[in-house]
Ligand binder design. Structure first.
Ligand SMILES: *Cc1c(COP(=O)(O)O)cnc(C)c1O
Length: 238
C-alpha cells in the first residue's frame, strides 16, 4: 500500500519536473531533449530507484561510496550512473568501473588517482571538474580562477577525460544573485569548451538541484541533479 502511494507521488513529481525542464529549455532556446535529468538517489531505496527508472529516469547519481556500493547491485543496470559527491582518494578503486562519470573531481591529486586506477583497468574515466563558485569554506572544488591551471594539469593525466564542469552554488533566496552564479559558471563552461576541452564528444554543465533547476537551465545547464523534488523529503521512511 505504502509503495503504491509513494509511486503516485513520484509520478506527479516526475511529470511536473519534466514539464518544467522543457519550459526552461525552450526559454533558453534549446531542445528539451538536450537536458539530462539525473535523479540524486541518496537515501532512496533500490526499489524506488528501479521504479523511477521504469518510468523513464535514465541517469542516477549517488554521493556516497558506501551507499552506492550497498545498493548498486540491486539497481537496474540500464541506468547511467554518475558519482556526484566528495570522493576520497582511497575509495577511487571502489567505484571505478561502476560509474560512467565522476562529476565531483575537486583536486588534481584526486584526478591523478582516478587516472592511475583507470589505466590499471585499461579504461578511460569521464569526469567533470567541480567548481566552488561561491568560494565557500564548507565546499570542495576549484576556484573560478584556479580552474584553468588545474584543467591544464588534469588534461595531461592519462586514463581520464574531462567532459565539463559541475557546481553546487551557495544556497540563496535572491534570484539575482543565484543567476549571477549560474551565469558565471556558464561563462567558464563556454570558455573551456572552446579553448581547452575536446568537444568532439558531448560536454556537460552540471548545475541546478530541486530548488533552482529551472533557473540553472535558463542559464545554460544541460544536466540537472534532482533528489527531493523527485522522491520527496529525505527523512521519508518506507
Ligand atoms: C543530494 C544532491 C543533489 C540533489 O539535491 P536536492 O536538493 O535534493 O534536489 C544534487 N547534487 C548533489 C551533489 C547532491 O548530493
Amino acid at each position: 500500500m505504502t509503495e503504491k502511494l509513494s509511486d503516485s507521488v513520484f509520478d506527479e513529481n516526475y511529470a511536473e519536473i519534466v514539464k518544467n525542464i522543457a519550459a526552461a529549455a525552450e526559454k533558453s532556446g534549446r531542445n528539451p531533449e538536450d537536458i539530462i535529468l539525473l535523479a540524486a538517489t541518496k537515501t532512496v531505496s533500490a526499489d524506488r530507484i528501479n521504479y523511477a527508472i521504469s518510468k523513464g529516469v535514465n541517469y542516477i547519481g549517488e554521493n556516497r561510496v558506501q551507499e552506492l556500493l550497498s545498493k548498486d547491485d540491486d539497481v537496474n543496470p540500464s541506468a547511467h550512473r554518475h558519482f556526484i559527491g566528495h570522493l576520497q582518494t582511497n575509495k577511487v578503486k571502489d567505484i571505478i568501473g561502476r560509474v560512467e562519470m565522476i562529476e565531483s573531481v575537486d583536486s588534481v591529486h584526486l584526478a591523478e588517482k582516478i587516472g592511475a586506477e583507470a589505466v590499471k583497468r585499461g579504461i578511460t574515466m569521464d569526469v567533470l571538474l567541480e567548481i566552488n563558485i561561491g568560494a565557500e569554506q564548507s565546499k570542495s572544488g576549484f576556484t573560478p580562477e584556479g580552474i584553468y591551471e588545474a584543467l591544464d594539469e588534469i588534461m595531461k593525466i592519462e586514463g581520464i577525460k574531462v567532459r565539463g564542469i559541475m557546481s553546487i552554488p551557495p544556497v540563496c533566496t535572491d534570484k539575482t544573485v543565484q543567476r549571477e552564479f549560474f551565469t558565471k559558471l556558464n561563462d567558464i563552461f563556454i570558455d573551456i569548451s572552446r579553448e581547452k576541452l575536446d568537444n568532439s564528444n558531448r560536454l556537460y554543465l552540471s548545475m541546478g538541484m530541486s530548488s533552482d533547476y529551472d533557473l540553472a537551465i535558463e542559464c545554460g545547464a544541460n544536466l540537472v541533479r534532482i533528489g527531493t523534488g523527485l522522491f520527496g523529503d529525505r527523512n521519508y521512511k518506507k
